[in-house]
Design a protein around this ligand. Sequence first.
Ligand SMILES: NC(=O)N[C@@H](CC(=O)O)C(=O)O
Ligand SMILES: [Zn+2]
Ligand SMILES: [Zn+2]
Length: 429
Amino acid sequence: MTTYLIRGARPYGGEAADILLEDGRIAAIGRQLPATGAEVVEAGGLVALPGLVDLHTHLREPGREDAETVETGSRAAARGGFTAVHAMANTDPVADTAGVVEQVWRLGQEAGLVDVVPVGAVTVGLKGERLAELGAMADSAARVRVFSDDGHCVADPALMRRALEYVKAFDGVVAQHAEEPRLTVGAQMHEGDRSARLGLTGWPAAAEEAIIARDVLLAGHVGARLHVCHVSTAGSVEILRWAKSRGVQVTAEVTPHHLLLTDACAESYDPVFKVNPPLRTDADVEALRAGLADGTIDAVATDHAPHAVEDKESEWAQARPGMLGLEQALSVVVETMVETGLLDWAGVADRMSVRPAAIGRLQKHGRPLAEGEPANLLLLDPATRASVDPAASASRSRNSPYAGRELPGRVVATFLRGTPTVLDGKATR
Ligand SMILES: NC(=O)N[C@@H](CC(=O)O)C(=O)O
Ligand SMILES: [Zn+2]
Ligand SMILES: [Zn+2]
């Protein structure tokens, strides 16, 4: 196994240091380490961070390999600086058995670009009728700890309560897609002045907030862990803040697109901006940034949702919701959180690596950059600004909401257990 000496990088944006990677671990961090026998990676000016961990990725395999595969999605993840991603269960077949989650886990190991951690469905076929084999998925080779019907809400409160009770046995967590379905029938965009003017059916903030309020009460009552997917409204942040102050074991994520974009994007009627939950208002964006800064929102998660051209390039109402996120996530966080002074680099590491790894109970990710730790890390050039070109994406899909937008930060290298998955900005395999 090749030994790497990263020369002159700035861990967490601090003082420059050399980082020696040997046998999958960080063997040493210090000034002017000898390069004997090591491959040297010049990293002057680059920020070193722990490898990012995504709690929410759609890889589309099995079933929609024309939109993404475990391998292509893993490559996009590595290029974004990720070393682990949680693969959502809304595949075809649904990841609701030990067999399917083990298949996804194995495909991830074979691709070898990031650790692909399968999420198990909460209910059979995501139908919201009866619980899936949660225990069997937890005991499988995939060791599932995060369960979600994402794409659908576990709307039945009794079923949600039972799921929360069940996952407690193996320290699992239910990740809820908070959307009261009776309030979002036919919904196309955020419900407000704009939806009325554009003539598109609205998706009210209350549909999200009502489920979060219900679920934090349930989680508190049964003493189980709840995670809230893609929080999108100011009201949701307030409910989470209240629940945390009461000691409820709740965590939450925000997507890069909800930190940057608003419902103004819908004015274009370009379905690339159609997403669930929808892009909200400026006031919501501000509250989400503040909630992420003060830790009420624990993590940034991409909700990377690749879609084939025929599912996206249609009329707004016919298009599927969802947008790409893995490759630009860190850049969007740099723009919205670092350049605004809301987070420092240690804060970015906390929200994009440490906390998501803790929520998913991953032992070998989200670890500090320190001697003896697993060599999962990334090198970022924070100064470079470039315009996003969807054609250059490693994803099999092209539905990036950032096309043509200039964003800061370029991931120069990613290392998974001491082996580069990305070097000079290019995937190594
Ligand atoms: N976010 C989306 O708009 N779409 C996701 C499902 C989801 O995250 O709810 C998808 O699977 O395409
Ligand atoms: Zn969702
Ligand atoms: Zn999703």
